[in-house]
Design a protein. Sequence first.
Length: 346
Amino acid sequence: MSDLQMWLALLGAALVAGIFVFSRIQEYRHRRLANQVLPEHDEDVLLQGAPTSARSEPKFQHPEEDAASLVEIPGPDPAVEFTVLLQGDHTVSGAELWQALITSAISTRNIRWAGQEMIGGQWFSVDGPTDHRFAVLAGMLQLSSRRGPLNQTQIALFSDEMREISRQLQVSPQVGDAAIALKASESLDQFCAKVDVLIGVNVIFPEGVTLPARRLRQAAEAEGLLLGDDGVFHVMDARHRDRFTLAHRDGQPFLDNDLDVTPISGLTLLLDVPRVDDALTALHDMFSLAGRLSQDLGGRVVDDNGAALGVRQLAVIEKQLSGLLQQMEQQKIPAGSALALRLFSN
């Protein structure tokens, strides 16, 4: 995906001057704070396309933790995945597959594992060492994420590692067409870049006035927000997934040991549109919260240029957001769906 995507609201309405939508590059500015307080994850060979000594190994569960029933999932989708099928004259258990994954040290980031009980049958998730046996297994490598599209090196490496797994399992690999996958990857990435939008609303305080962070925390928690380990307040849905967040405008984290002394000159509320299944409702809720916080804390609701945001601006943003969500539906990647959460991840 491109490094910068800027989506502006309608420019024809002279009264609607304060609308803005953050691009993903601005999202990274706010999420950098997590890297200041959390350790870096190991790099993924498949996604970097270069060797590294640190590999992300599959987690082997104890057999007693095996699920009582199989979970049905969508089968391989060439529009979003590069697939290698594993099939032989004998069945293979999920436990045998995962032991092979551990032995081969293949990275499992952005890969789905599935199995068919019989050829041509329904696909089931193989996300752990189940004793259930399958006639066909599939490794499905996601074509795109916020890191960008797959490249030829990554596809070749994945194919080679799947061939090694097939050798261990004594089955035959059926490797997908790399050229078709590369073309699909670029197409998918271009679409995702177009709809990868982060909407932001600011609450700023008068010049020379700062807000004690402790007071903000009291106001935020009274609204039901939770301060996460990343130093950002989160508004969660019933499934404990982010609807939108509240961060320090300058990107610094809110840390427990600093809340008594840290002054705040402004706040930013952020809605990560592709990852929220009720984005329109979340947009209204975010604006409402910004309004209440501005009243409680003595601030103003503004855009990134300091222009006031109000009902008129919200209506224009809502119209533009509706069109974007419709595009995602037409592409069969509904915002907040399991597929969207995979594609719009880092």
